[in-house]
Structures are given as C-alpha cells and as structure tokens.
Design a binder for this molecule. Structure first.
Ligand SMILES: Cc1cc2nc3c(=O)[nH]c(=O)nc-3n(C[C@H](O)[C@H](O)[C@H](O)COP(=O)(O)OP(=O)(O)OC[C@H]3O[C@@H](n4cnc5c(N)ncnc54)[C@H](O)[C@@H]3O)c2cc1C
Length: 407
C-alpha cells in the first residue's frame, strides 16, 4: 500500500493528516510541502511576527515528535511538479506513489502588473520567507506604501505605522476590505487608520513604481499623484494554485471545484483550503472561496472523512478574524446578499457590531471589539434561532437576551 499523499504541508494538509490518524487510518501518510520550514501558522505573519513580537518557534503547528509519533512522513522542500494517476514527481525528481490523493496547495499572492513592480523594496506577504524579508526591511524603511486595502495590507499597515513609519494605503475600490465587509465597516476602518496617522487613498490604482539604482522610491497613482516609498507591500489578493489539479483534468473555476464532501470532479481526489472553491456553506448557491484558517481546518476534516469512505457534509458557519492595532474584528457568517443591516454600539468609540439580514433572517455579523455580539450571532447561525432586526437595534439589551428559539 502506498497510502495517502497530501500535497501541501500547511494548515489544511496538517489537519487532514491528523484527522486521518484520529479516525484510525493506519495506512502510510506522506505530507509533502514545497517550503523548507517545518509547517507553521500564517496569521501571525502579518501581525505579531511582523511586529517582532512572536518568534519562529511560536508559529509551528506541531512538534517534530508529532509527525514521528503519528507516522506521518513529512517531506519538506519538495515541490510536486507532476501528477499522474498513482504517482507524484517532485522538482528534484523524487517519486511519491499514492493510492489516495489530497490537494491542499493553497494559493500564491497576486503580483502587481505595473512597470517597476520588480524593483527592490517591493514585497508580498504569503509565506514565512516573505515575512522574514519584509520584517528585515521594515526597520530601516521610512515611507511604506501598502497597495491593497484588504486584511493583509491593513494588518501590515498597522504594524508599520505602530513602528513609526509614514504609511500610505492605496485601494483601487472606493472602500477598504470591499470583498469581505459592508460599507459601514469599511468606513470605520478608513477612519480608524487615518486617526492613527496613515494616509488612506481610495478609488485610485497604481500605474507604476519608480526607483533609483534598482530600489523603489515612489508609487505613481492613477490620479496623477506620486507617493514617496522605500518599501512597498502589495496585498492585492491571491491566486489559488490549480496547476496540479489541471494536470489531472480536474474541474477548476477560480480554484479547484469541490463539493460539500471536499471531493473534486474526480471523486477519489479530495482538495481543501485556499486552493478550493465550494458551494456556499449555507445556501449551497454558487461557489465561494473562503480564505480562512477555519475553512482550511473544517474542509480538511471533511476531506479526511471522505477518504475513509464516510460522508460528512461541510456546512459550518464561516468565521474569520483580523487584528489591526487594538481593533479585533470578528466575523461570523457571510454578509454577501444582505438587504438590511443593524448597527449596534458606536463606531466612534471603536466598539460596535453590524448584524446582517436577508429577507428578515440573520445571516452574518461583523464585530469590532465586541466579542459577546460575535459569539451570540455565531451560536444563532450554528444552532438555529433568530434575533429580530427591530430588537437588535436596542443597544441597551445584550444580544444574547434577544435570541428567540428556532422555529
Ligand atoms: C499573512 C497572512 C495572514 C492571515 N491571517 C489570517 C487570519 O487572521 N485569520 C484567518 O482565518 N486566516 C488568515 N489567513 C489565511 C490562512 O492563513 C489561510 O486561509 C490558510 O493558511 C490556508 O491554508 P491552506 O493549507 O489551504 O493553504 P496554505 O497555507 O497556502 O498552504 C499551502 C501549502 O502548499 C504548499 N504547496 C503548494 N504547491 C505545492 C506543490 N506543488 N508541492 C508541494 N507543496 C506545495 C505551499 O508551499 C504551502 O506551504 C492569513 C494568511 C496570510 C498569508
């Protein structure tokens, strides 16, 4: 028996291997990862690790002993470049046979496609090597320009500003974090970053980066302005890695398409995490890509069950967090498609939550420094129940007292 080959040794791959063992799978498991480092968590890379407040050791998912004890053959620094039925080949020519295959290959950062994008001082932030390079350069930088006002860009902007750098955030859309939160939350973040001294430019694209002696010196914007920069961080989204899936002829559409059992279009092959798109977890309507730790873990568990012949549909309520300065954002549910929202608390006091409704039903919450509201909504979405929009507007009453039981 060649057992299971999991390609991609990160959040999703580690979970899948661990779940297979927890479920009693005794077949060989090979976990192969392109990066040379022992598998590590990514969220701190744009937060505590970038700020120098967390060290390398604290990022590790598991001890070395774990892999040995669990008989998980961890192959690091080997990128799988070819897949054929039953056999994977790495860039160094190593052959990895398998009976069962899982793809947890994640995503790569989208690159800036403008003149000057290859200048020294232009960075991306997806993996540990990126974070080490960025952290190494941040100390000496004076003018930091963050291209892209999504979570990673804003988290890094907060770290840079807290370190006393001049920071400019440039976002092509007319609001921050446009893909994930509603306008009221975007506006809050714009003001919060500005209050702390960052310059936030909305509705402008980057047309070029200019430099001297190969080093970036300025970012040119579509409105004709020029922002000085000696360090540029581009956080402009990710591109799911689908090359291997395509080699196998698997259906891909902005990610490897999987069903609620984490099965690809070839039912013997599973995929999980950032490389996938899957049916909307609540409505089953349309395909969504969820770039989150929770999704990587949850889908991996389901994929492990599928590999063992069990059918456990993935239907968890999505949740996500982001830490910027002293602002803890917690999101539960997906707010896309909402037709009504209720604001509780006071954005000016930097403590509030926004509840989202569709057709009168609660579908999501964005909570800033409001963990109680976040937890209550998450529980309602998980277990059923409702909180009416009319009642939710009464800020004096704790949300959990307003929950009506499931119909
Ligand atoms: C800076 C940063 C901050 C984040 N912050 C948060 C947060 O606050 N909250 C949250 O929920 N999520 C956060 N995320 C997202 C979260 O980290 C991802 O959703 C999660 O890592 C996805 O796990 P994954 O295993 O699917 O993919 P990845 O973590 O991308 O791992 C894929 C692995 O596969 C390897 N690989 C790819 N191709 C091959 C190949 N051909 N052969 C061998 N190996 C290969 C890659 O090298 C990589 O190690 C953050 C992500 C980043 C980058």
């Amino acid at each position: 028996m060649s057992g299971t080959l999991i390609v991609g040794a990160s959040q999703s791959g580690i979970q899948m291997a661990a779940s297979l063992r927890e479920a009693g799978d005794e077949e060989p498991i090979t976990l192969v990862g392109a990066e040379p480092h022992p598998p590590y968590q990514r969220p701190p890379l744009s937060k505590a690790f970038l700020a120098g407040k967390a060290d390398l050791a604290s990022l590790a998912f598991r001890t070395e002993a774990f892999y040995a004890e669990q008989k998980i053959d961890l192959v690091l620094g080997e990128q799988v470049v070819r897949l054929a039925p039953g056999l994977a080949t790495t860039h160094s020519g190593r052959s990895l046979p398998f009976d069962r295959l899982a793809l947890t290959v994640g995503a790569r950062p989208r690159r800036l496609g403008v003149p000057g994008a290859d200048l020294d001082g232009v960075h991306y932030l997806r993996d540990l090597d990126d974070a080490l390079r960025l952290r190494g350069r941040l100390g000496a930088a004076r003018h930091v320009v963050v291209v892209g006002g999504g979570f990673i860009g804003l988290e890094a902007a907060a770290v840079a500003r807290s370190a006393g750098k001049s920071v400019t955030v440039v976002e092509a859309a007319d609001r921050l974090i446009p893909r994930s939160v509603a306008p009221v939350v975007s506006e809050f973040y714009r003001r919060a970053h500005q209050r702390r001294g960052s310059d936030v430019r909305l509705g402008v694209g980057v047309t070029a980066l200019t430099g001297e002696h190969g080093q970036v010196r300025a970012v040119e914007l579509s409105d004709g302005t020029r922002v000085p920069a000696d360090l540029v961080l581009a956080g402009v989204g990710i591109v799911p890695r689908t090359e291997l899936a395509e080699q196998l002829g698997l259906h891909c559409a902005g990610g490897i398409v999987v069903d609620e059992f984490a099965r690809t279009s070839e039912p013997d092959v599973v995929a999980a995490g950032d490389c996938t798109v899957a049916p909307h977890p609540r409505t089953r309507d349309g395909l969504v890509r969820l770039e989150s730790v929770q999704n990587a873990i949850g889908q991996a568990k389901v994929a492990a069950a599928t590999l063992l012949g069990r059918r456990e549909p993935y239907s968890a309520v999505p949740w996500f967090w982001s830490d910027q300065y002293d602002l803890k954002l917690q999101i539960a549910g997906l707010s896309g498609g909402h037709d009504e929202h209720v604001l509780r608390g006071d954005p000016e006091a930097e403590k509030f939550s926004v509840l989202y409704y569709r057709g009168g039903s609660l579908i999501a919450v964005d909570a800033v420094n409001s963990t109680a509201d976040y937890l209550t909504v998450r529980k309602v979405l998980d277990r059923g129940g409702e909180i009416s929009p009319e009642q939710a507007r009464d800020n004096e009453v704790p949300l959990k007292r307003l929950v009506s039981p499931p119909a």
